[in-house]
Design a protein around this ligand. Structure first.
Ligand SMILES: [Zn+2]
Length: 72
């Protein structure tokens, strides 16, 4: 199993310390998009790491997040 990256490869934001909270809240059934918003993960490049690491196969989550960001 891969180790979660300390930094976002794309923008360099430090994200490694956020994964534990993310995982905890996902297990409680919270919405992934909302969790990432709360953690300050506004960029698509950073959010992608969380979804990919968790093994989320649903591409529609990624697409929806991307569209949402473009609209802002
Ligand atoms: Zn990033």
């Amino acid at each position: 199993m891969n180790k979660f990256p300390i930094r976002c490869f794309t923008c360099g934001k430090i994200i490694g310390h956020l994964y534990r909270e993310y995982e905890y809240r996902v297990n409680k059934g919270e919405d992934r998009g909302k969790i990432m918003d709360d953690l300050g993960l506004n960029r698509y490049c950073c959010r992608r790491h969380f979804l990919a690491f968790e093994g989320v196969e649903d591409r529609s989550i990624l697409i929806n997040e991307y569209v949402t960001e473009e609209v802002k």
